[in-house]
Design a protein around this ligand. Structure first.
Ligand code: NAD
Length: 431
């Protein structure tokens, strides 16, 4: 294996199954919303591009005693509404194009749910599945050393995303603290022992189910007895599955990077979590499910399908397979515009990422607020406040979609963009 993982060009062309990139997906919806809002082209250009894009070299000596050069990115898309906010992803396919797209999505997301942040995202193109914990720690620390100048509790506050977790946030906080003194509010999603917030780990999955709870009322669906399938069984997917299971939902199928399983009797997501996370078991050997092929997983007949893996996983060549009533987007940009059209034509209700997975950033906001006050709320209070904010977001989006006769995603983008435009105008950034 080459030790140099830095990209040959600014935008690497990865082998992705989707017909479009994450950047093209986010831009597609931005363009639709900008046109509907009648934004001037020069104003749209300001809102479409990033405020700051940082690319850094992350050289780390791994256990083979050789220096491996990874690439790290932090993109700050728009800070009109508050400090930049967004996760850090450790994944081999991370590149500038993807980070840029995810940063822009964060700008609209924080605005849709009305929390005082801008949008950012970061990442390093490393494969944590092939690295030892000490190596991941070295990458996290080296990355923080390179980007700390553009971060700060009132400037830019990272959080976990794919391939990172509370432990990674602890290393990032510690590294930042060496230079600036103890600063818990520099990252969110920290462990409870280091001023993390109760409820943060489960927050994105919980928010996804909060949204389902609201829209189920509108669609005349009961959560108790609802059947569902989950794509991705990491932080978001496993928590969404556990919470929906506890509300009476029946998990029929699960898909991960390592394979898919199904059980018509229902999979117990608590047992699956214990088996895969704590016992290190292979999903195919889980006693409560049968291995199935990917296409069979996608075709699972269910009430609710929850994509909670990577972007572009539901695309023009597989969208037709889906057999669900509701698509709850736990992942960011899981559905390409063509797939979105195919599913909408089939009558599937799509709860868009920009609203549906905002629970993580909402509770990150609570964690930051608690850190700034050196105070802590209990989990019940966190969960109640989360539900209040994300359900308000759902109703604002649903009412606008209904009034305008548009899809919830278009209504959500319009709401988000409108709020950023208003903040930018009031500050005097744009006319
Ligand atoms: P994670 O790393 O904890 O889990 C990712 C899951 O995706 C794993 O189960 C992995 O096996 C699965 N996966 C990867 N490639 C796959 C493939 N080709 N087919 C099927 N499954 C595959 O990541 P996470 O934090 O749960 O994030 C999942 C998604 O949710 C991402 O799109 C992320 O941006 C989004 N998101 C995360 C948060 C958060 O708080 N963690 C907040 C908002 C949105």
């Amino acid at each position: 294996m080459t030790t140099d993982q830095s990209p040959r060009t600014t935008e690497s062309h990865k082998d992705q199954p989707a017909e479009v990139s994450n950047w093209e997906i986010v831009n597609h919806y931005f363009d639709i919303a900008a046109e509907r809002l009648g934004l001037r082209e020069d104003v749209a250009a300001v809102l479409r591009s990033s405020y700051r894009e940082v690319q850094v070299q992350v050289p780390v000596t791994l256990s083979d005693e050789r220096i491996h050069v990874f690439s790290g990115f932090r993109v700050q898309h728009n800070g009109a509404r508050g400090p930049y906010k967004g996760g850090i992803r450790f994944h081999p396919e991370v590149d500038l194009d993807e980070v840029r797209a995810l940063a822009m999505l964060m700008t609209w997301k924080t605005a849709v749910v009305g929390i005082p942040y801008g949008g950012a995202k970061g990442g390093v193109n490393c494969d944590v599945r092939k690295l030892r914990p000490a190596e991941v720690q070295a990458i996290a620390r080296s990355f923080m050393d390179k980007i700390e100048k553009v971060l700060g509790p009132t400037r830019d506050v990272p959080a976990p995303d794919v391939g990172t977790n509370a432990q990674t946030m602890a290393w990032l906080m510690d590294e930042y603290g060496k230079l600036h003194g103890h600063t818990p509010a520099i990252v969110t999603g920290k462990p409870i022992a280091l001023e993390g917030s109760y409820g943060r780990e489960a927050a994105t999955g919980r928010g996804v189910i909060d949204v389902l709870e609201e829209l189920a009322g509108t669609l005349g669906m009961q959560l108790d007895g609802a059947t569902f399938a989950v794509q991705g069984f990491g932080n978001v997917g496993s928590w969404a599955a556990r919470i929906l299971h506890d509300k009476g939902g029946k998990l029929l199928a699960v898909d991960t990077e390592d394979g898919s399983i199904r059980s018509d009797d229902g999979i117990d997501p608590h047992a699956l979590y214990e088996f895969t996370f704590h016992q290190g078991g292979d999903i195919h050997e889980f006693p409560g499910g049968e291995p199935i092929a990917k296409d069979e997983f996608l075709a699972t007949e269910c009430d609710v399908f929850i994509p909670a893996a990577l972007g572009g996983m539901i695309h023009e060549r597989n969208a037709e397979l889906l057999n669900c009533k509701v698509l709850l987007e736990g992942a960011n940009s899981p559905t390409t515009p063509t797939a979105d059209r195919i599913l909408s034509d089939k009558g599937v209700y799509i709860a868009p990422d920009v609203l549906c997975n905002a629970g993580g950033v909402i509770v990150s906001y609570f964690e930051w607020v608690q850190n700034l006050q050196h105070f802590r709320w209990d989990e019940h209070e966190v969960n109640e406040r989360l539900a209040k904010i994300i359900k308000r977001g759902y109703h604002e989006v649903a009412e606008k979609a209904e009034a305008d006769g548009t899809a919830p995603r278009v209504a959500a983008y319009e709401l988000g963009i409108q709020r950023v435009v208003e903040a930018s105008r009031t500050r005097g950034y744009i006319p």
